[in-house]
Design a protein. Structure first.
Length: 202
């Protein structure tokens, strides 16, 4: 798909950020402030570990590089360890469309007008399974909506519908858990249509 076409569409995370109320995030930020913690520093650290873990996942999927946790990774080390253990124990097979490895895969829904990037698509039981890696403190409804949006876009673009989507939750304790995504496609459809009406009414 041409870049200029994709550029016309908002990302899934942009729509969710604009449309979803996040009282828990507000409460958390207020609590951190009361305790004398810097919200900006915490968010920067969280973003950095997420980038490192996703980079390790991409190197493994695209180039076959092993995920090697080390103390030099700082806060990202236990999350990388959890990712390594997931790869070792589940032995995921990266899904291909033709010769193209489906990692950091751009998905676009031209009908509803949005785009997103799927961390990884693996083959499980002969079907594509969408995987999104999270290093957050928990798995939230917004994550289920996000993955529902990705799955809708994947199915819109491909002849082989996704069997399901999962959130691969990596924790600071070095553990992992797969969360099967609830189908919140109707909630997402409402959100993205409302976004277009609010932000591009003219």
């Amino acid at each position: 798909m041409e870049p200029q076409v994709v550029a016309r569409y908002p990302s899934v995370t942009t729509v969710l950020g604009d449309m979803l109320a996040k009282p828990l995030l507000v409460n958390w930020a207020e609590k951190q402030g009361r305790e004398g913690n810097s919200v900006a520093d915490i968010l920067t650290s969280s973003s950095k570990r997420g980038v490192e873990v996703h980079a390790a996942l991409e190197r493994w999927a695209l180039h076959g590089e092993s995920v090697v946790p080390s103390a030099a990774m700082g806060e990202a080390e236990p999350y990388s360890r959890a990712l390594r253990d997931w790869i070792r124990k589940t032995e995921p097979v990266v899904y291909r469309v033709g010769d193209e490895i489906q990692a950091e895969r751009l998905v676009v829904h031209t009908g509803l007008g949005y785009a997103g990037q799927v961390d990884l698509v693996i083959e499980r039981n002969g079907m594509p399974l969408l995987v999104d890696v999270k290093t957050s403190s928990g798995v939230y409804e917004s994550h289920h909506i996000q993955l529902s949006a990705y799955r809708m876009a994947w199915d819109h673009m491909n002849n082989s519908p996704a069997a399901a989507s999962i959130v691969l939750h990596l924790t600071k304790g070095g553990n992992y858990k797969e969360h099967l995504v609830s189908d919140l496609s109707m909630a997402w459809t409402y959100q993205v249509k409302a976004w277009w009406e609010l932000y591009h009414a003219n």
